[in-house]
Write a protein that binds this ligand. Structure first.
Ligand code: GDP
Length: 200
């Protein structure tokens, strides 16, 4: 599969601003600073497409990216970057605004095919577990992506993946992908998992 084009579509702070609910969307959910922007840039192979922020919690909007591929099953296809959670330094008012916005998107969006759920390969936090349980309760298909795998050795990765599978009560059939935006590890596997999620 080849990506023919990718562009930033729109940044939304209210559901009314979401683009028309058509096509196939994959949402990206994870803690602030877990590597969401970096994953988008690497997945699409376009540096700077999603702004890689060095200040955690800066992205408070729902950002839509339109992708054109030569795979007919994935046309049209959008990546949707949801605001990161769990960053304490963001004001109370902003946090109050996040919840409803994310909830509206995840609960009502018909185009939403699957969630890419990002956790740091070195370990999850209670907020990750709570968010994952919420996604499951919404009956959304989820692909777990362990980011920043390059920070771990082979043995450590295997151990951390085992822990994640136990913590999140995953079965062998649930995809867990070791990912590094630095080395590009996991890119082929993630595209494959995306295609499989669209087919099922
Ligand atoms: P976001 O807040 O979830 O969008 O996270 P960013 O993509 O902005 O990344 C947060 C920080 O983690 C940045 O300093 C990135 O350079 C770094 N980072 C992101 N992905 C990786 C990765 O796969 N490996 C390593 N070593 N660092 C990463």
């Amino acid at each position: 599969m080849r990506i023919v084009g990718a562009e930033f579509t729109r940044s939304c702070v209210a559901p009314e601003q979401f683009p028309p609910d058509r096509g196939i969307e994959f949402a990206i959910v994870g803690r602030s600073n877990v590597g969401k922007s970096s994953l988008i840039n690497r997945l699409v192979q376009q540096k700077g497409l999603a702004h890689v922020s060095r200040t955690p919690g800066k992205t408070q909007a729902v950002n839509f990216f339109d992708l054109r591929t030569n795979d007919r099953a994935l046309s049209p296809f959008r990546l949707v970057d949801l605001p990161g959670y769990g960053y304490a330094r963001v004001s109370k008012a902003l946090r109050a605004q996040w919840g409803p916005l994310i909830q509206r998107y995840l609960c009502e969006r018909r185009s939403l095919a699957c969630v890419l759920f990002l956790i740091d390969a070195r370990g999850s936090e209670p907020t990750d577990v709570a968010t994952f349980e919420w996604l499951r309760s919404l009956k959304l298909p989820v692909i777990v992506v362990m980011t920043k795998s390059d920070k771990l050795g082979r043995g450590e990765r295997r151990a951390c993946e085992e822990t994640v599978r136990e913590t999140f009560l995953l079965t062998e059939a649930d995809p867990v992908i070791q990912w590094s935006s630095v080395t590009g590890e996991g890119r082929d596997r993630l595209w494959q998992a995306i295609r499989e999620a669209v087919r099922t």
